[in-house]
Design a protein around this ligand. Structure first.
Ligand SMILES: Cc1cc2nc3c(=O)[nH]c(=O)nc-3n(C[C@H](O)[C@H](O)[C@H](O)COP(=O)(O)OP(=O)(O)OC[C@H]3O[C@@H](n4cnc5c(N)ncnc54)[C@H](O)[C@@H]3O)c2cc1C
Length: 137
């Protein structure tokens, strides 16, 4: 997957502003005693956009919360598992993780995964309520 980080000029401008602001905060006298030095910034020149861009490109990273790669669906044509977590077209295989989330959640994915796991556990233990997740979405 090619994500094209920093390809949009607006992103680079925003990150330059953010980095310069972070440096101003770190340089404030109230921060003395907490900040010794910035790691990996030896050749950084804050006044020079190109230098800031190089530093940002070296340091930038993301923390993806991937989900929905094997989405739950009522329709085998548009999903991978049914509303009881069974993988379409297989026998005896269920999936219970972030991959089955039908569309990106606004809540935390970790909590969502725990709930998915608990619901599947209840289903397998025979204590699940009758309602289907997909019908409620
Ligand atoms: C840096 C970071 C920070 C995050 N912070 C938060 C947060 O603050 N709040 C929040 O809600 N969510 C957070 N998340 C997201 C959350 O951790 C995930 O959404 C959640 O853990 C996904 O659960 P999962 O069961 O789908 O997958 P995972 O938790 O990734 O579990 C997959 C498991 O399968 C195992 N596995 C993989 N391949 C195989 C194999 N071939 N055979 C056997 N085992 C295998 C792996 O070792 C792993 O134990 C964060 C994620 C990251 C990366």
């Amino acid at each position: 997957m090619r994500l094209d980080y920093l390809a949009a000029p607006a992103d680079r401008i925003r990150l330059r502003e953010g980095l310069r602001l972070a440096y101003r905060i770190a340089a404030d006298e109230d921060m003395h005693g907490y900040v010794q030095r910035v790691l990996g910034a030896d050749d950084l020149s804050l006044a020079d956009d190109a230098s800031v861009d190089r530093y940002v490109a070296k340091q930038v990273q993301t923390a993806h919360h991937p989900s929905g790669t094997a989405a739950m669906s009522a329709d085998p044509g548009s999903g991978v598992v049914d509303s009881t977590w069974r993988v379409f077209g297989t026998e005896g295989l269920r999936m219970a993780d972030a991959s089955i989330i039908p569309s990106s959640v606004r809540a935390s994915t970790n909590l969502t995964c725990m709930i998915i796991g608990e619901r599947v556990a209840r289903l397998l233990a025979g204590t699940a309520r009758k309602e289907s997740v997909v019908e409620r979405v």
